[in-house]
Design a protein around this ligand. Structure first.
Ligand SMILES: Nc1ncnc2c1ncn2[C@@H]1O[C@H](COP(=O)(O)OP(=O)(O)OP(=O)(O)O)[C@@H](O)[C@H]1O
Ligand SMILES: [Mg+2]
Length: 277
């Protein structure tokens, strides 16, 4: 027996992150948007759960809830739990959440400019995450940050380390953000359209990188994407959202081969490239 047990079914290990009955409201001046209306979503170590659904269905609101990154106000959480490590993240204080963000649970967004500091060299930003969460020395943080830049496929990491976000292309900025998210080896990565802004070759490289890190470190991934081809290739489990609810949940094979929900059938019908995959 191999004690690494690489082929063990992730579902047998129990969920690492367990979202139960999550509700998210946005309370505006004269109305309330019920963005998320009772969502269940669980992901185990080493597993990839894909979240798909049309624009406005509540995917990002759900993802941001995990680290309490929806702006409050207008956001409020009228119900549900987000269990991680035996705790409900929705009940934690801001300092407790700060310790978890970027260390145990990392997020990657579609637009890297929103999460990179324009006034700081990119290498320093990666190193700062390590200094903050791991308390390592400046020299050690620099060394590990350089390795992280190289790991995400950034050429000439020494030179790039010293540059500012505006000096990098969109693809390189996205890689820096991913390096920042992964440098602490988080147990959960939540990726919201992480590659949409990139060209197809770079998209492929970044997905391969995420899957490789997942294999090596047993990271759990929640992947929000519009690309059903990517879902078919990467996801162990698929959650389909519609109007703030989960309308379908199952293995990629189940959901794609026998879509039970009318909405999922229409979603699949609108994606001709899957049939060729
Ligand atoms: N900060 C906010 N203030 C007010 N309403 C918001 C806010 N963020 C999201 N919403 C609303 O919540 C609903 C769900 O939005 P969300 O961004 O989660 O959708 P999504 O599934 O991620 O869509 P997309 O595929 O376009 O990214 C939408 O009606 C949106 O307008
Ligand atoms: Mg979104």
């Amino acid at each position: 027996m191999n004690d690494l047990q690489p082929d063990r079914d992730p579902a047998e290990r129990g969920p690492l992150l367990d979202i139960v009955g999550l509700r998210v409201d946005f309370r505006l001046d004269d109305s309330v948007v019920h963005a998320v209306r009772g969502v269940d979503l669980r992901v185990a170590a080493g597993e990839t759960v894909a979240v798909v659904g049309e624009s406005g269905s509540g995917k990002t609101a759900t993802a941001l809830s995990v680290l309490r990154l929806n702006p409050e106000p207008p956001c409020a959480y009228p119900g549900g739990e987000i269990r991680f490590d035996g705790r409900d993240l929705l009940t934690l204080s801001e300092p407790e959440l700060c310790r978890i963000r970027g260390r145990d649970i990392s997020m990657v967004f579609q637009d890297p400019m929103t999460s990179l500091d324009p006034l700081q060299r990119v290498g320093t930003q990666v190193a700062e995450v390590l200094r903050h969460h791991r308390g390592v020395s400046r020299a050690q943080a620099r060394k590990t940050a350089l390795a992280a830049l190289a790991e995400v496929g950034i050429p000439e990491p020494e030179r790039r380390y010293r540059q500012y976000p505006h000096e990098l292309s969109g693809g390189l900025r996205q890689r820096v953000m991913i390096a920042t998210a992964l440098v602490t080896r988080p147990r959960v990565l939540i990726a919201d359209e992480p590659t949409t802004a990139l060209d197809v070759t770079v998209q492929r490289q970044i997905l391969d990188l995420l899957l490789d890190l997942q294999r090596r470190h047993g990271m759990a991934i929640v992947l929000i994407t519009h690309d059903l081809g990517v879902v078919a290739e990467t996801a162990d489990h698929v959650v389909v959202m519609h109007h703030g609810r989960v309308v379908e949940s199952g293995t990629a094979l189940d959901v794609f081969d026998h879509p039970a929900d009318d909405y999922t059938r229409r979603l699949l019908a609108a994606t001709p490239r899957l049939e060729r995959a």
